[in-house]
Ligand binder design. Structure first.
Ligand code: 6PG
Length: 225
């Protein structure tokens, strides 16, 4: 992605990042619902977005108009504590009045291959997303796209094996599918992400830099100091 299409916003506290992210997401949701009657959002896993999800449960919006997808999932039992979907339900979705049929969890309990095939079907009739949320790992991975791994960009959903971050088996949307969105927002927090961010800023090819967006990418980061 052309580095000029990336807007980096440095925050001086976690709470200001979280609040700004909440407002940003809500603003996009409201305009999308106003224009098209629906808001298709892809959620990030990991721990960084948890507080933002928690803040979102307090907002006033028509939850029936939101459609929730996931950028990646860990191949663990359905209600496993370490699943991204469990974190999202506990911090946000279990607390609001959103119909369950609006929430498209990746069936990663089926294993990477079947899970990816099933989620591919789920996405097959869906156009571009309205917003994709992503995180960044210390090693510059995003979603479950890890450095040194290769993927077929003709696929929308990938079966991932040997992930260096546990668990090794995962399901991930591909860079091509994550890039089919009207907006992309990375939420990045922690000193340990600094090297990966510098690599990205200097134009090195890292998994996160494979994500593009016609309208540019927003990156909200807090370096943890
Ligand atoms: C996961 C992710 C992953 C995550 C980053 C950042 O399953 O872990 O989806 O891509 O977003 O590793 O994670 P933290 O926010 O915990 O640092």
């Amino acid at each position: 992605m052309n580095l000029k299409r990336i807007k980096w916003q440095l925050f001086n506290s976690q709470i200001s990042l979280d609040n700004t992210a909440k407002e940003h997401i809500l603003g996009l949701a409201e305009s999308s619902i106003k224009d098209r009657g629906v808001f298709h959002i892809v959620l990030a896993g990991g721990s960084t977005p948890m507080n933002v999800y928690s803040l979102l449960k307090t907002v006033k919006t028509d939850w029936h108009k939101w459609q929730i997808y996931f950028g990646d999932e860990r191949c663990l039992d359905k209600d496993h504590q370490n699943r991204n979907s469990t974190m999202v339900f506990e911090s946000w979705l279990s607390h609001i009045d959103m119909p369950l049929q609006n929430i498209y969890v990746i069936p990663a309990e089926e294993g990477p291959i079947k899970g990816a095939a099933l989620y591919n079907e789920t996405l097959s009739n869906l156009g571009d997303f309205d917003l994709v949320l992503l995180g960044l790992g210390e090693d510059a991975h995003t979603a479950s796209l890890f450095p040194g791994h290769h993927w077929d960009d003709n696929l929308d959903v990938l079966a991932v094996f040997d992930a260096p971050k546990p668990p090794p088996s995962r399901v991930s949307l591909s860079p091509a599918r994550l890039s089919r969105s009207k907006a992309v927002l990375f939420l990045i927090s922690g000193k340990e992400k600094q090297t990966a961010m510098s690599q990205w800023q200097s134009g090195e090819a890292i998994p996160a830099s494979t994500i593009t967006c016609v309208n540019g990418i927003d990156i909200f980061y807090f370096n943890g100091n």
